[in-house]
Ligand binder design. Sequence first.
Ligand SMILES: [Fe+2]
Length: 473
Amino acid sequence: MTKPFPNIAVLQENFAPVMAECTAPDLIIEGELPAGLSGTLYRTGPNPMFPPLGDKHHWFLGEGMVHAIRIEDGKASYRNRWVETDLYLAQRKEGRRLKDTTFEGAGVPGFDHISRNVANTNIVWHGDKLLAIDEGSSPVAMDPFTLETNGPWDFDGKYSGPMTAHPKIDPETGEMLFFGYMASGPGSKDYAYNVIDASGKLTKSEMFEGPYACMMHDFITTDEHVIFPLFPATIDVERIMNGGPTIAWDPEERSYMGVMARNEGVDKIRWFEGEPCYVYHPMNAYTVKEGGKTKIVADMMKYDRVPLFPNADGTKASQIGLDTGKLVRWVMDLDGNTNSYTETQLSEIAGEFPRLDERRTGLSYRHGFHAALFGKKEVGSPFDTIVHVDVETGQSVTYTPGPGKYVHEPVFVPRSPTAVEGDGYVVTLVYDKETNLSDFIVLDTGDISKGPIATVHLPIRVPFGFHGNWRSD
Ligand SMILES: [Fe+2]
């Protein structure tokens, strides 16, 4: 028998899982879907299938559920499915949870052979494959139309280690670049670096040792460089052996930005250093060449410390939440004689989930998008506002759906393949506390403050999740 979920903030309100998988055609649409908008928004996030084993639960460790909103010929449909990892299938068969949902916890005896892949962090289309990814495991392939799980994907047997949920797709070559941390096993300082060509074949696989093991959630690439950012949310084997937390804020350590030329190898990484801080998500980065000198510009959603994890001594974290990130610009001078970087704040608005017009990934850019919280902080810090920021001027245009309504990460869709940067739509989901349902909305980037040009009413609520992507038809 499945018991009720406990009263834990990240299992309440719209953080609570939905227990139904459904398929819903011909959804009600208010307004007009743009004629040129044809494709699918995939979203994912943790949707725990059973209550936690104990009285603790980490938001990051619920089993992933993928939501697909499909737009075609002015019509909209919706479908959601759990990612059927080995862990999911074993738990479904047993009818109970087999792995603890804390970073410290273990599992039910007898099931150690099943790894904890929750595949809940991002859902990425590349090389003719739809990949559900959590950063601790290899990706899981899913059918892009039915959302049936096809199984683990190891790049034709060439790489089966951990993969960041934030691979970068080079808009010019179509290559997908990614890293994996703890690539040699739990607690290792080894980081893997891989390149997949546009057709999905692995063309480069390297490994390097970083200054320490840490939760390296995301990274940045430019047309010429790769930047590996390490922040002191460390994973220290000695601390863990002494009963300390698995991932913890350790301000005794520095922040590092490992810069590597894409045409060189990991043995040529140059480490820039800065004050301890944390970045879950960069917005973008690019290489600037002027007068024979090379600089790297990296725009980061920066926190003073890592949110959602304890201190290294095991004490509880301060109240810093996901709504306190600040968009800053770091500049690394590759011809300078210092290994430090400069910092400038780009915007006054705090937020998370930075995205851009991904045709400019790794290139100079101007238009950024992110989520923010303008209203009162509610349980679990959901966001209530979408922000369109001009990173050149720092000016922003915002859209707040209204009281009791909360937004997910914004995803940019170009108006047409040849539209200028930032010209198009922001698509996202809005949860309405009153109806306990979610909408898919389309904002025009010409002025997002005008509100949605189209709203699709979903037949279900979509829990607050992590990331998603638009796949154009
Ligand atoms: Fe992320």
